[in-house]
Design a protein around this ligand. Structure first.
Ligand code: DGL
Length: 273
């Protein structure tokens, strides 16, 4: 049997979902992964929901044709816009998104219930996080901030230094610079944002928990693979297959920060959706 038939498919608009892939690889070292970054269409976060649904459908179809045994939508924007449709279309496969695990992580971390969600314009406009958090903690005062510039900073690799710091102050000070009703949790509702976590934490202060969905997604994936008897028996890790729809050199250069390991351009393959 082709080993890649045993792989787990993971996709995002770009390198952001590599923050999720990193957590999945740590939690499930025996699994093999195929990661697709749809860099030709990035950003998803400024597009309408209908367009994101179309892009997500193509990315998912590509991975399913590749023979994956499960699909992880490692993009909040695509999860918010397209997860129900993807789950319905690929009912035979486990299809996981990042919104519900992210909401659960934020709810577990908050004491006051005041949660700030940083996400793309599209994710904020759709209200998916407010819904998911309030399903777990009704009436929780959730404030969502569209921080689209963080996607560009992350894709540029400008994850620290004065530009990242100035952008973080500009987005976050209105919510966090007052002593009154400050959120106690900052939920990173975009998979590009974890690489900015140190700067964000510096701006909001050490009393605010900065959380993202990646570890909760890994736990949910492990649970569903176990339940469906789909866990790989392999003892050791194989390198993930990395695919991108444009800009392989940029993907490798910036992606290494997101994945937490060096990436050579020869490790990334160009595909067309
Ligand atoms: N990384 C994606 C997310 O989690 C979207 C970034 C973008 O393409 O705008 O929402």
């Amino acid at each position: 049997m082709n080993t890649r038939q045993q792989a787990i498919g993971v996709f995002d608009s770009g390198v952001g979902g590599l923050t999720v892939l990193r957590a999945l690889m740590q939690a499930l070292p025996g699994e093999s992964f195929v990661y697709l970054g749809d860099t030709a269409r990035l950003p998803y976060g400024t597009k309408t929901a209908a367009t994101v649904q179309r892009y997500a459908a193509r990315a998912a179809q590509f991975l399913v044709q590749h023979g994956v045994k499960a699909l992880v939508v490692a993009c909040n924007t695509a999860s918010a816009a397209a997860l129900p449709a993807l789950r319905e279309h690929y009912a035979h496969l486990p299809v996981l998104g990042v919104i519900e695990p992210g909401a659960a992580s934020a709810v577990a971390a908050t004491r006051s219930g005041r949660i700030a969600v940083l996400a793309t314009e599209s994710t904020v406009a759709g209200g998916a996080y407010v819904q998911a958090i309030q399903a777990l903690r009704p009436q929780a005062p959730v404030q969502s901030l569209a921080c689209q510039l963080f996607v560009a900073l992350a894709e540029e690799g400008w994850v620290d230094g004065e530009v990242a710091l100035a952008a973080a102050h500009r987005y976050l000070d209105p919510l966090f610079a007052t002593a009154h009703n400050r959120p106690d949790v900052l939920l990173l509702g975009c998979t590009h944002f974890p690489v900015l976590a140190p700067v964000l934490s510096q701006v909001v202060g050490a009393d605010v928990a900065v959380v993202d969905a990646s570890h909760a997604v890994a736990a949910a994936l492990r649970a569903v693979l176990t339940e469906r008897d789909l866990l790989s028996g392999a003892a050791s890790a194989t390198a993930p297959l990395l695919l991108a729809t444009d800009g392989l050199a940029r993907f490798a250069r910036v992606g290494s920060t997101f994945l937490g390991q060096p990436l050579a351009v020869t490790q990334v393959q160009l595909v067309d959706l």
